[in-house]
Design a protein around this ligand. Structure first.
Ligand code: EPZ
Length: 420
């Protein structure tokens, strides 16, 4: 298991392009199952979650090739409808294959994804939605069997009790080839939903309202493959902005969609950062001393993203004053806190509320990545800490960040990856 070693207190300074969005490319790769012919997807990040998705596509019978950031999928040879346990366990968000396989094959058999580091990750909304399309859903020996072989999938009206991103994606994937119209109420509004809909509409689907709370999908008889460029990763963009803010640095991010990082810009301005937005670029100049952020509540988009909670918390540990962060989305997404405390942070936890009293500085330490975003937050803490920080279990970070340490090095950080 590799580790990242950081020699802190270097000011970040420079300009980088932001990778394609992990949480967009995953459902879009699944959606290629539904389109006849060869789909070409550009701006795919080189990260292990994409590798895991490609493995499943190949297992199902697709021919998948990759050239840099472009992935080509020929789904004409799909001859399986199941995702075995070992592949599901590699990436729990493979549950989004449910809608894609069911829509293509009429039956889907997936090993129960189970929980992960940040929570139980239930899939009740996914399964109840498939039943509303007329599929039968049974679970046997740790597998979910979802079948609509008799009468196929028919359009329906689904109201989600929570605007689940994955459930919204699975509903769209099942609806595009269903007979009739489907209306989703209380759909997730994340930009990745809109990107998935854009791809499918270019294939000939009829999806209206993606990105709003009500989405309408008119089922069509077939979809034709197409080319598509994945949107930039708003979570990765936010991570690099926070890295610059924590090191009294400055950064310019290219090729991003400023509206997508709006929820992160506001708190960074409250912390004293000078953030300017123009066209597809965002620039940030950090203040000499960060101010506290009164209250961060993680919420579904367009609220503050839960995927940036750990990173903004790292920033508040060295901000002047007391900040409060409430994690409303996942029940165990505070595992980075004990590791930050090892570096000198002063943080108290009351259930889903974290109270952070800013300190003068953090100190380098040996810390362990608890999950994908928590790991990134520990690297950010190492960037501003006095001395050397070693972050272990960085395979979590490799799931979502392409070339993390090299990008930070290009921004003047002293960061190296080392074999354990
Ligand atoms: C997606 O996960 C993202 N993953 C997550 O990003 C992100 O944190 C999350 O959306 C919220 O924005 C991908 O897109 C691959 P949800 P997902 O369904 O779809 C509850 C990262 O760091 N829920 O919106 O699993 C659930 O327990 C990852 O990139 C149910 O109760 O998130 C949670 O409390 C982490 N029943 C809440 O909804 C269900 O059937 C949000 O989950 C489904 C969800």
């Amino acid at each position: 298991m590799d580790k990242i070693v950081i020699n802190g207190s270097k000011r970040l300074d420079g300009e980088i392009s932001v990778q394609g969005a992990k949480n967009s490319v995953l459902p879009i790769l699944v959606a290629t199952l539904l389109a006849d012919g060869v789909s070409v997807i550009h701006n795919c990040p080189i990260i292990s979650d994409v590798d895991a998705t490609i493995k499943i596509l190949r297992y199902l019978g697709c021919i998948v090739t990759r050239e840099g950031h472009t992935i080509t999928v020929d789904s004409s040879g799909v001859n399986k409808n199941d995702v075995p346990d070992e592949l599901m366990r590699e990436m729990r968000s493979s549950i989004v294959f449910l809608g894609g396989i069911l829509g293509r094959m009429g039956k889907a058999i997936l090993s129960t994804p189970g929980g992960c580091e940040i929570g139980l990750r239930p899939i009740d909304l996914h399964l109840s939605s498939m039943e509303q399309f007329g599929a039968t859903v049974t679970t046997e020996n740790g597998y979910i069997v979802c079948s609509a072989e008799e009468n196929g999938l028919h359009g329906t009206r689904i109201t989600l009790s929570f605007p689940s991103v994955g459930a919204t994606e699975n509903i769209i994937l099942a609806a595009v080839l269903a007979k009739g119209t489907t209306i989703i109420t209380n759909a997730a509004r994340e930009p990745e939903i809109s990107d998935l809909a854009d791809f499918l509409n270019r294939c000939g689907a009829r999806i209206h309202g993606a990105g709003d709370s009500t989405v309408t999908i008119e089922g069509v008889s077939k979809l034709n493959s197409t080319e598509h460029t994945v949107i930039p990763d708003r979570i990765v963009a936010s991570t690099y902005m926070i890295a610059a803010a924590m090191t009294n640095g400055r950064i310019c991010l290219k090729d991003i969609i400023p509206a997508h990082i709006g929820p992160t810009i506001q708190p960074l301005r409250e912390a004293g950062c000078d953030v300017t937005v123009n066209c597809r670029k965002v620039s940030l100049i950090a203040p000499p001393k960060l101010h506290r952020i009164r209250m961060i509540r993680t919420m579904p988009y367009p609220g503050f993203p839960t995927d940036v909670q750990a990173q903004i918390m790292a920033l508040t540990t060295i901000a002047e004053g007391t900040s409060v962060i409430i994690e409303n989305i996942f029940e165990s997404r505070f595992k980075h806190i004990p590791e930050l405390v090892r570096m000198g942070a002063k943080i108290r936890i009351e259930g889903r509320v974290a109270v952070i009293d800013g300190v003068e500085r953090l100190y380098g330490a040996e810390v362990i990545s608890p999950d994908l975003r928590g790991g990134a937050a520990l690297v950010l803490a190492g960037l501003c800490a006095d001395g050397i920080t070693t972050v272990r279990n960085i395979s979590f970070i490799d799931r979502g960040y392409e070339d993390f340490e090299n990008n930070l090095s290009m921004l003047n950080a002293d960061v190296r990856r080392k074999a354990n």
